[in-house]
Write a protein that binds this ligand. Structure first.
Ligand code: AMP
Length: 286
């Protein structure tokens, strides 16, 4: 596996691969890799000839009081995992080469970025979209793989690719959970044993919502109040939101009729976790 740190070298590599008529599959990450990330790489191998993974903890998507400094960084271990997964290139730029002095161009987002995490983390998705567009221009992928764990992020990137006519196929990948149901996340590393136990209320709440839905409750207010009652009783969490929304537009709905996402964000101690479940999708369960 090659490790490329320079933007220019990465672009040159990608240009060469394209001349050779080989396809590039790209998995952008912030490192601290786990099975969720590895599942994206495995999907990439099914579609593309060459695989590029980036590790970049992007400062512009963190708010001033968020965990940029404490974000887990496990580069040595990540490198070994990527070699095992037969990744061709690890792109590992530093913040200076991604944002040279005087950087002043940002993507502006509208509807999809307004609710849920967008409302609570102002500027977060603009930071994400801008860095992803930069990475796309550097890695020049044919396919880019995103996890449905970050469902709003996936929708925003998919829309950006459509709106800006990028010649990239965005591939959504399944959300991967631990055996106990907790969605895998780099931030789980920051949970104490006791906090991890408390965090399990999050997947349980989603599961409960799915069960009520399967029993025939389609009214969103009713589902929300039943689930929040459970979380209040069982959980010692600071819930930021628990929302049931249209899975394409993220608009509010009153009754579940079309594909729907049930999304949750909560603090467990100092660690902010997100999770979601698509209602009505066959393979989506907790
Ligand atoms: P991150 O390193 O957290 O920025 O995530 C990089 C990519 O991995 C994103 O597309 C995430 O949605 C995806 N990802 C993170 N956790 C999971 C998971 N548990 N299951 C599936 N994809 C994931």
């Amino acid at each position: 596996m090659q490790i490329i740190r320079s933007v220019q070298k990465m672009q040159a590599w990608a240009g060469e691969v394209r001349i050779q008529k080989q396809s590039v599959g790209f998995v952008p990450t912030m490192g601290a890799l786990h099975e969720g990330h590895l599942s994206l790489i495995r999907e990439a191998h099914k579609k593309a000839d060459k695989i590029v993974v980036s590790i970049f903890v992007n400062p512009t998507q963190f708010g001033p009081h968020e965990d940029f400094k404490n974000y887990p960084r496990t580069f040595e271990k990540d490198q070994k995992l990527l070699i095992q997964e037969k990744v061709d290139v690890l792109f590992y730029p530093d913040a200076h080469s991604m944002y040279e002095e005087g950087f002043q161009t940002n993507i502006v987002l509208t509807e999809l970025s307004k609710p849920l995490c967008g409302e609570l983390r102002p500027g977060h998705f603009e930071g994400v979209a801008t860095v992803v567009l930069k990475l796309f221009n550097i890695v020049k992928p044919h396919f880019a793989f995103f996890g449905k764990k970050d469902f709003q992020q996936f929708l925003i990137i998919e829309k950006m690719v459509e709106d800006l006519n990028l010649d990239i196929h965005v591939v959504p990948c399944a959300l991967i959970r631990d055996e106990d149901g907790l969605a895998l996340s780099s931030r789980n590393k920051r949970l104490s044993e006791e906090e991890r136990k408390r965090a399990l209320v999050i997947p349980r709440a989603l599961k409960m919502c799915q069960e009520f839905y399967q029993k025939g409750i389609k009214n969103v207010a009713q589902l929300q109040s039943k689930v929040l009652e459970f979380v209040d009783k069982e959980g010692d969490l600071n819930i930021q939101y628990f929302e049931i929304r249209d899975a394409k537009t993220l608009e509010s709905i009153e009754e579940i009729q079309k594909p729907t996402v049930c999304a949750i964000a909560a603090y467990v101690g100092n660690v902010r976790l997100i999770d979601n479940l698509l209602l009505g999708e066959k393979n989506d369960s907790v």
